[in-house]
Design a protein around this ligand. Sequence first.
Ligand code: ZN
Length: 454
Amino acid sequence: MPTVDLLISGGTVVTSSGRRRADVAVRDGRIVAVGRLEADATRLVDAGGLLVLPGGVDSHVHLMDPGSTEREDFPTGTRAAAAAGVTTIVEHSHGAPVRTVAELDAKVSYLTGRSNVDFALAAHAWPAEPGKVAGAVADLWRAGVGFFKVFTCTTHGIPGHGGAALRRHLRATADVGAVSLVHCEDESLTEDAEALLRADGRDDGGLLPEWRDRDAEVVAATVTAVLARRSGARVTVAHVSHPEVAEYLAAERRRGARIWAETCPQYLLLREDEVVEHGNFRKFTPPARARSDADEAAQWRLLREGVLTHVSSDHAPATREQKTGSIWDVHFGLPGIDTTLPALLDAVARQHLAYEDVARLYAEAPARVYGLWPRKGGIAPGFDADLALVDPDAEWQLRDESVLSKAGWTPYHGRRVTGRAIRTYLRGRLVAQDGRPADDRAGRFVPGPGRACP
Ligand SMILES: [Zn+2]
């Protein structure tokens, strides 16, 4: 074999289909061979005792740049991603939504040189008059957006889609093969609950699960799934918070719907009643639902079985100061890009998942859903050399002080975890080591699959 740029030797390569001792050879940023290799390498890395996983693909991330850079920006958010072992994100920010091809192009130019990992960008769907939706969807998809973000309820200043607007949007996406990420909470139910809670003078943390209750999520997810099936549109239901939603979506998949169920660590690790003590620091929606170890185990089982199809962080950071005030007024959202891969690796130590599941749920599956496969999310010749070298035995503690996001805190502060990415490679470049990101803003825009369409 001719000289390669990088040879990662002696590690255990993990993909969704299994694990084996193998070397990984990289040339010009791509994997050229995987196996027992005899090659001269410019750089040789001994991965003995380490796992070689595909770099994380986090498909639901808000880096607020441009838009709300007092909360996060691309340099800080993508340094945190690289340190955690994440090499590709699909980003969208509600403060500066992308609604036109010109806005997409401007955002791509602005972000060039601002990202430490590769990034795709999503557009926001906007409820519009009949006849206006299809053209905008087709133009944006062909310009290379990663997906369309859709709200069923007005949230973060983005207007919600009622049934008619949602159906119009999904039909337009079905026509061009585009995929949507739908935030599912029924607006009439959340509005009604809000009015009652405000009339009662409530402003305690405990109001959150009443305001954003299970019914609101189930109703919106059900409607979305039915319209997805009947339109043929490809849809991910965002941040599925509990098993009833996941199981309903799986039933619609069996009926032919092209629908996926994303979840996030906060629906695996946090408890519904934490918001009473932690208030604004647990204000995200849908809120945490688990009430017991059994509830938590049920969510992990659904992930293992593929009923919940993939994991994202839904990283939506705010600093401690920005989280201070009335629970009605502070931002929704949690920081998560620092902690999602650590949480999944730790779930292996806790026997909820296998490493193969981690490779599937946080790399391969989202790469496939969003058309990044077979360039991102796998370890085989032809893929970008995006790799996380993981020490499976590293025991460490998640701490506020270690969070690289501008948020500067984590809901998992104090949690002891096992397993850590100790080296992260982006297209063969070492972009983080031992939790410390390199200052290397080599991240590139990765256009969505629609751009290849004629
Ligand atoms: Zn989100």
